[in-house]
Design a protein around this ligand. Structure first.
Ligand code: CU
Length: 399
C-alpha cells in the first residue's frame, strides 16, 4: 500500500513539473496577463466551471432500462460506478477499515445436517462489512463481505423451518447493505426489510417453503456492484428427510472480481465498473480469491458432496472436476426431482447453484475448474487432495 502511494505521488510530482516547464516555455504570458485583468473573463470562467462541476463525473441511474413498476424497489438507484465522494471517503477511512488476512471462505465450513424431524425457529445473524484483503498475494481489493469472508457463511435449515435473519451493517461500512435470499418467498426476498445503514441492524422472518440450495446476496443498488465486491453466499434448505449421508461435504462458490489495470497488477487495485458492465473480470475466483494452498482433503473411497454456487455477476460456470465423473448431480440445485447420473460438467448459473457428488477412487490431486478454461488463468480453480492406496485396476501407466 505504501509503495503504491509513493509511486503514485512520484508520478504526480514529475507530471506537475513537466506541466510547469511547458507553461513557462510556451505560454504567451504578457497577453494572458492582460486578459486576466478583465472582470468578464472571471465571470465567464466561473459560469463555465460551475456547469462543468455539475456534470463532470456524474453517474446516472440506468432507470431507463427497468420497467416502471420496479422503480420503487431495489433495482433502481445508483449506477455501477462508485461516486467520487465515496472514493474520497474510502481513502480517508482506510485506516479504520479492517484488514483480513484470508478473505476466502473455508470450503470445509459446511454446517452439519439438521437431523431434525420437526420444523424449528432458526436465527441467523450476519454482518455486512467492507474490508481490505488480497485477491492474490500483493493484490489488495476493497471487498464488501458478509462476516469478513467471500462467499459469506453457508447456512443450513430444513423445509418448514421459520428463519429469522438479522443483518448488521458494520459501523465502518461506507455503504448501506442488505440480504436477499433466493430461498425466501416474499417480494424482494428480504431486501427492503433488511436494508441497513452503517451501524444499523435490520431483520425479517420468513418460512422455508421449498427445499433446495439457494444463493443469497446483497441487493442494495447498484446490485451488481455489491455482488462484484463479494457479497454472496449459499443457504441449503434440506428436504424433510434430509439429503443422503456422505463422508465429506464442501462449500465452493465461483465469483468475479472487476479491477482497474491488467491481470496481476500489484498494490491496492480499484473496482472497474466498466469491466463489470462489459462482463470482463480480471479475476474469476473459487471462494473469493486465487487459491494459495489446497484446503480440501479426502480419502480414497470417500463419498464427496460439493455445494457449488455462482455469485456472478456475469459468467455462467461450467463446473467440472478434472479426473472425476459426478455420480450424482442435482441440476440447478433443485431438490425433489430425480438427480442426474454420470455427469462430466454441470452448468452453475449466476445467482444459481448445483449439488454434485462423486466417490474419490484414485489418490492424487483433483482440480475443480470452470471448464471455460481460460478462466483458470484468472483464478477459477481449486485443488482437492485425495489420499489413499493406489488403484492400478482403475488408473495406471502402461509399463
Ligand atoms: Cu451490499
Amino acid at each position: 500500500m505504501l509503495k503504491y502511494l509513493i509511486v503514485e505521488s512520484l508520478a504526480a510530482l514529475f507530471g506537475g513539473i513537466i506541466i510547469v516547464i511547458i507553461a513557462i516555455k510556451f505560454v504567451p504570458w504578457r497577453k494572458l496577463l492582460k486578459f486576466l485583468k478583465k472582470v468578464w473573463f472571471w465571470v465567464l470562467l466561473f459560469i463555465v466551471m460551475f456547469f462543468i462541476g455539475m456534470f463532470a463525473n456524474a453517474t446516472y441511474p440506468p432507470n431507463f432500462a427497468l420497467p416502471p413498476w420496479m422503480q420503487t424497489k431495489a433495482p433502481a438507484g445508483p449506477a455501477p460506478a462508485l461516486p467520487m465522494g465515496k472514493i474520497i471517503q474510502f481513502f480517508t477511512s482506510l485506516d479504520e477499515m479492517e484488514r483480513v488476512d484470508d478473505i476466502g471462505a473455508n470450503p470445509n465450513d459446511v454446517p452439519p445436517p439438521t437431523e431434525r424431524t420437526e420444523p424449528a425457529l432458526v436465527k441467523i445473524d450476519i454482518t455486512a462489512q467492507e474490508v481490505v484483503s488480497e485477491i492474490s498475494p500483493g493484490i489488495f481489493f476493497n471487498y464488501w463481505t458478509y462476516d469478513q469472508q467471500v462467499p459469506g457463511p453457508m447456512y443450513r435449515v430444513r423445509v418448514g423451518d421459520t428463519v429469522e435473519v438479522t443483518l448488521h451493517n458494520h459501523e465502518t461500512s461506507l455503504h448501506p447493505h442488505n440480504i436477499d435470499l433466493h430461498a425466501v418467498t416474499g417480494p424482494g426476498g428480504g431486501t427492503t426489510l433488511s436494508t441497513a445503514k452503517p451501524g444499523e441492524s435490520k431483520g425479517f422472518r420468513w418460512k422455508a417453503l421449498a427445499p433446495g440450495l439457494f444463493v443469497y446476496h446483497c441487493a442494495t443498488p447498484n446490485i451488481a456492484t455489491h455482488n462484484a465486491h463479494g457479497q454472496y453466499g449459499l443457504i441449503l434448505v434440506e428436504p424433510e428427510e434430509g439429503l443422503p449421508q456422505v463422508d465429506k461435504e464442501f462449500y465452493v462458490m465461483q465469483g468475479e472480481v472487476y479491477t482497474e489495470g491488467k491481470l496481476g497488477k500489484k498494490g491496492l487495485v480499484a473496482f472497474d465498473s466498466q469491466a463489470l458492465l462489459d462482463g470482463i473480470p480480471n479475476y474469476v475466483t473459487f471462494n473469493g480469491k486465487v487459491e494459495t494452498e489446497s484446503r480440501m482433503k479426502v480419502e480414497t473411497g470417500d463419498k464427496v458432496r460439493i455445494y457449488v454456487g455462482n455469485g456472478g455477476t456475469n459468467l455462467i460456470s461450467s463446473f467440472h472436476v478434472i479426473g472425476e465423473i459426478f455420480d450424482t448431480v442435482y441440476p440447478e440445485a433443485a431438490i425433489g426431482n430425480e438427480p442426474h447420473k454420470n455427469v462430466q460438467t454441470t452448468a452453475v448459473l449466476p445467482g444459481g447453484a448445483s449439488i454434485v457428488e462423486f466417490t474419490a477412487e484414485v489418490p492424487g490431486n483433483l482440480i475443480l475448474v470452470d471448464h471455460a478454461l481460460a478462466r483458470m488463468n484468472k483464478g477459477a480453480w481449486a485443488i482437492m487432495e485425495v489420499e489413499g492406496e493406489e488403484r492400478p485396476d482403475i488408473y495406471a501407466p502402461i509399463e
